[in-house]
Design a protein around this ligand. Structure first.
Ligand code: AP5
Length: 197
């Protein structure tokens, strides 16, 4: 199964992807995690994207194409994978379509997690407080100002993917305002339809 999780920053893409990894046994491809790992290692790519990520902008489609195409060629992606926040512009969506077509594979479904901005800000504050309480470093882009900027970037550059995938007949939306368990239930109902095919 090839699945895209779409939704604004803090919507719960990572939370749901981690769970789907366990229940469906397919890997989670989070470009945010991959890029943060490059930053942490101080690689040339990490240095290149650091300032862009820290101010809440998107890195270039070319960088995403490189890291995503390389990753989906790995053997653990044979049975499928979850693209968690890994498709954020129409250019990236077209690139994924192209890469999959070349591999004679097809995207199954795009699940959009819908959450209001004020709820997202509450979740951000909670995540920051929990990270601090655990003595871990807080993400450089997890402060309210940058988080609001990330929401604006989502509206301008990523939300156009909603009509793009709707037109392809791939889009399903779930209410992300409920508990983690309630959102999981709604997502699982959609995934079960594809698993049954
Ligand atoms: P990335 O790391 O992908 O961040 P994001 O999309 O901003 O998303 P988050 O990780 O903040 O949120 P999430 O939706 O995963 O929510 P989570 O499950 O953590 O990207 C970071 C940056 O990298 C980008 O800004 C960009 O610069 C760059 N980048 C990455 N991919 C790119 C691409 N393809 N193109 C260009 N640039 C790219 O949940 C959030 C919190 O809420 C948690 O504390 C969680 O416990 C809680 N929570 C989750 N669900 C619920 C619920 N239902 N109820 C209550 N609390 C909940």
């Amino acid at each position: 199964m090839i699945l895209i999780l779409l939704g604004p920053p803090g919507a719960g893409k990572g939370t749901q992807a981690e769970r789907i990894v366990q229940t469906r046994r397919i890997p989670q491809l989070s470009t945010g995690d991959m890029l943060r790992a490059e930053k942490a290692k101080g690689t040339p790519l990490g240095k290149k994207v650091q300032a862009i990520m820290d101010r809440g902008d998107l890195v270039s489609d070319r960088v995403i194409e490189e890291i995503v195409t390389e990753r989906i060629r790995e053997p653990d992606c044979k049975r499928g994978f979850i693209l968690d926040g890994a498709v954020r512009t129409v250019g990236q969506a077209k690139m994924i379509d192209r890469v999959l077509k070349k591999q004679k594979r097809e995207l199954d479904v795009v699940i959009e997690i819908e959450v209001d901005e004020e709820e997202l800000v509450k979740r951000l504050k909670k995540r920051v407080a929990e990270t601090k309480a655990a003595g871990k470093p807080v993400r450089a882009d997890d402060n309210e100002e940058t988080f609001r900027k990330r929401q604006a970037v989502y509206r301008e550059q990523t939300a156009p993917l909603i009509p793009y995938y709707k037109k392809q007949g791939k889009l399903r939306s779930v209410d992300g305002m409920g508990s983690v368990a309630a959102v999981a239930k709604a997502i699982d109902a959609i995934l079960d339809e594809f698993a049954a095919e």
